[in-house]
Write a protein that binds this ligand. Structure first.
Ligand SMILES: [Fe+2]
Length: 333
């Protein structure tokens, strides 16, 4: 079977599909068009159309071709392909053919879906799915923490939702955490920091949805209902056996401020991870469109926080502003 080198332009238009991905498709009815390489004409040709039922012999041939690296799908089918992977996120760890930007999109789509489900129903089975996907993304990022830059470019700027806000905080906080630790970054800390940043607002799941889903500014009595969420979140995480130090600090301290003006404890004694999470949380909120404010430009938001040294730790707001001013993340999507 074909083993001739495949021209460069083909790899731009088609993915070479791995056995792991192929075996995750329905065996007899692949959900997208399949192609194989015809060496004599130097082109990919259609093998089967999406949804076509394959015979036993064809299934065998498809698997054999795939094992030899001669099975492709078109990037035109990217939405089908990526939706498929969103539902089985661990495939991003084995798929060598997805571009890093595509993995970032898929990872964020998967986490957003899982987070929204968890905020809706904060129970063990829903949490387990979120946890599994979170660990996949952390493993992917750990392999090269610079991949965080592609995630950073994809910060949500549109309408505020709890899931999107949590994702933003995860990306910003994890970037701050890894750039601060740089040479001293350990896998376990990286994983725990990621989980904590993603779930610091878990307590908001217990706030009535007519408040969290409000599209107009909150009344004072509605705001009061939000104040317990740091503690509620920590208790919930404790129940889900996620009560490690970074989780505790992220949940309990992300609304505390250096001058004691925060909540719920009005504490001035805030752990360094609590201060980092506070910056990630505030920055993530300001750059999103909220019921009472337009989305701010990231550099402008970081500048505002960096000027507010009485409340936010400059050890985090400073590097965030510097990175944004030096265009370290590239163009935001
Ligand atoms: Fe919060």
């Amino acid at each position: 079977m074909a083993s001739a080198p495949v021209p460069e332009n083909i790899s731009e238009e088609y993915y070479q599909i791995s056995e792991a991905i192929l075996s995750s498709f329905p065996k007899y009815r692949p959900p997208l068009d399949l192609y194989t390489f015809k060496a004599d004409i130097g082109q990919l040709v259609s093998y089967s159309r999406k949804g076509t039922r394959l015979s036993n012999a064809q299934v065998e041939e498809v698997y054999a071709r795939c094992a030899e690296g001669d099975l492709y799908v078109s990037r035109r089918d990217h939405s089908v392909y990526s939706e498929h992977i969103v539902k089985q996120l661990d495939l991003i760890l084995v798929d060598q053919n997805l571009k890093e930007a595509e993995v970032a999109d898929i990872s964020l789509a998967a986490l957003e879906t899982r987070l929204a489900a968890f905020f809706d129903q904060p129970v063990r089975p829903v949490f387990d799915l979120l946890y599994a996907d979170c660990m996949v993304v952390l493993e992917y990022l750990w392999a090269d923490v610079h991949r965080l830059r592609l995630f950073f470019r994809r910060l949500h700027r549109g309408d505020h939702t709890l899931a999107r806000h949590s994702l933003n905080s995860f990306i910003v906080g994890l970037w701050l955490f890894s750039s601060q630790k740089s040479g001293d970054l350990r896998r376990r800390d990286f994983d725990q920091a990621g989980q904590a940043l993603l779930l610091k607002d878990a307590g908001m799941a217990k706030v009535p949805s007519f408040i969290t889903g409000k599209t107009t500014p909150l009344k004072p009595e509605e705001r009061e209902k939000i104040f317990p969420h740091p503690l509620t979140g920590y208790k919930l995480m404790h129940k889900l056996e996620q009560s490690f130090d970074l989780m505790r600090q992220a949940c309990l301290e992300h609304h505390e401020r250096l001058d004691g003006s925060g909540y719920p404890q009005h504490s001035k004694e805030i752990s360094s991870f609590g201060r980092l999470t506070a910056v990630a949380d505030a920055f993530s909120a300001i750059i999103q469109k909220r019921p009472y404010a337009e989305a701010r430009e990231p550099a402008e938001a970081a500048r505002e926080l960096s000027l507010d040294r009485t409340r936010y730790d400059f050890a985090y707001t400073g590097p965030l502003l510097a990175a944004l001013l030096s265009d370290a993340f590239g163009k935001m999507k």
